[in-house]
Design a protein around this ligand. Structure first.
Ligand code: FAD
Length: 462
């Protein structure tokens, strides 16, 4: 009955239950989570989507929104009951307006991030959110996970880029909050509730986004450093000396770079020699490239750095970025892995990496730590790959204990178990241990108020 109703709402091209078509939508990027659904529905307009949600609400059937399905916590995958409707945003992908003088644009939730960046650029504006999955992740997914990426240091997270939202609520009501105001203190800032909610409070259908002027000419450098602690000192020096014109500052371990060079065709080592750690720096050089060169040289003299290379062309800069953006992909070739997307206070990154490595080694000296991340945000992807040639089953059996020790160290540094990937189903049970009873009670109260029948992506986050 419900399925027939949905088919009538969206028409023949708006739904599928073909197992072949559904396959890639029912498995998460890493293959860790699999789900079932009677149907994937792809509405073409907010009105259609609202009608689908109204039908689901009337039937008491759960809805799981899915964007580009690049999330890493299983948030966009339905459970295995086979009853939850998968709601794809892919066809809700129009750029509704772009206002260069207002430095804003309105886009639908299913727009792919790279398309939004391109559209902004064609109007001589910058949409700054940038991450390795930008060719397939969608704005709705970015906002629902409050994505971070490589430019948070300069521009903030996805949350900071939002001026207004359009949301379909759990009963099918459309809330049009697509304002583009910079200042608005009229009551609670409701849009912030839906950002980072991972589809558990409502479905984002469109967003009014903040744009920026295009940045000045940027330089991209790879700097070899002795340790992650030195990365923090180097970043502080560069921010101070370059009038805070550092746009990205990405930590890469020797092992992470090694995986990329081994598995990603067309990549090459940036320096003549191997070093234990590197940072990829993207910055402006207000005093010119010679001054930047001088700064890096003095960092070498002061012992924060071993060696450095500044890209000589856009092509070389793109090659450096490819090294950074290919780490997750390359890690897949090295067998089973564990991801820990944690954050700690920026100044404590060095001590954190050291302590977490020691804790992991005490559990299993053979597994391989693959650490990288966004130093300026205190965000380390403290990933672990199975030992070379080891049994995957054995690694899987020890996975819980390894994560336990990483999160215990994170806690001891007053850190977060989710810096930018969200909670989804992967970390739902852990949230209980990392948020106070008061915070959890407030979260549950918000969930009950907005989704009293628990049909919005149930089983995720809370
Ligand atoms: C190679 C790689 C690199 C990555 N790098 C980064 C990184 O640097 N920084 C970072 O933050 N993340 C990163 N990610 C994770 C991922 O790309 C982000 O979480 C992204 O924001 C997810 O967008 P998506 O469209 O794929 O969302 P999905 O995976 O489809 O969904 C994510 C969550 O949002 C919900 N959702 C999706 N669309 C909507 C909507 N319109 N309304 C309500 N809820 C919705 C889903 O139900 C789910 O809970 C990376 C992933 C990969 C594979």
């Amino acid at each position: 009955m419900l399925l027939e109703r949905i088919k009538a709402i969206v028409g023949p091209s708006g739904w599928t239950s073909d197992p072949v078509e559904l396959e890639s939508h029912l498995t998460e990027w890493r293959g860790v989570y699999r789900g079932k659904t009677p149907m994937m529905v792809s509405p073409q307009s907010t009105a259609e989507l609202a009608e689908v949600v109204r039908a689901c609400a009337a039937a008491g059937t759960a809805v799981v929104p899915q964007g580009g399905n690049t999330g890493l916590c299983g948030g966009a995958i339905p459970d295995d009951s086979g009853s939850q409707i998968l709601l794809s945003l892919a066809r809700l992908n129009r750029i509704r307006a772009i206002e260069p003088d207002d430095f804003s644009m309105v886009v639908e939730a299913g727009c792919v991030l790279a398309d939004v960046q391109r559209e902004a650029r064609s109007a001589s504006r910058l949409y700054p959110l940038s991450l390795a999955a930008e060719g397939s992740c969608q704005i709705g997914g970015n906002l629902s996970t409050n994505a971070g990426g490589t430019n948070v240091l300069k521009y903030g997270t996805a949350r900071d880029q939002v001026l207004g939202l359009e949301v379909v609520l759990a009963d099918g009501t459309v809330w049009n909050g697509l304002r583009s105001l910079r200042k608005d203190t009229a009551g609670y800032d409701l849009k912030q509730l839906f950002i980072g909610a991972e589809g558990t409070l409502g479905i984002i259908t469109a967003a009014s986004l903040r744009l920026y002027p295009l940045p000045p000419n940027l330089y991209t450098a790879i700097v070899a450093i002795p340790s992650p602690g030195d990365a923090v000192s180097l970043l502080a020096t560069l921010r101070t000396e370059l009038a805070d014109q550092v746009y990205a500052f990405e930590l890469i371990s020797e092992r992470a770079l090694g995986f990329v060079l081994r598995h990603i065709p067309g990549t090459r080592a940036p320096l003549d020699q191997n070093y234990p750690w590197y940072v990829l720096v993207e910055c402006a050089a207000p005093q010119g490239v010679d001054a930047l060169h001088g700064l890096l040289m003095s960092s070498i003299e002061l012992g924060y750095a071993h060696d450095a290379v500044i890209s000589g062309s856009d092509r070389e800069a793109a090659e450096f970025w490819r090294l950074r953006h290919s780490i997750s992909e390359a890690q897949k070739f090295e067998g089973a892995s564990l991801k820990h997307d944690v954050s700690v206070p920026v100044g404590r990154i060095g001590d954190f990496v050291e302590a977490a490595e020691a804790a992991v080694r005490a559990v299993d000296p053979e597994v391989r730590v693959v650490a990288f991340g966004h130093v300026g945000d205190g965000n380390v992807h403290f990933n672990i790959s199975q030992a070379t040639g080891a049994s995957t089953l054995q690694f899987e059996a020890g996975r819980e204990r390894l994560s336990e020790v990483v999160y215990a160290v994170t806690r001891s540094f007053a850190g977060s178990i989710s810096a930018e990937h969200g909670i989804g189903q992967a970390k739902r049970d852990m949230l209980r241990d990392f948020r106070s009873a008061t915070e959890l009670a407030l979260m549950r109260a918000v969930k009950r108020a907005l989704d009293p029948n628990n049909i919005m992506n149930p089983g995720k986050v809370l």
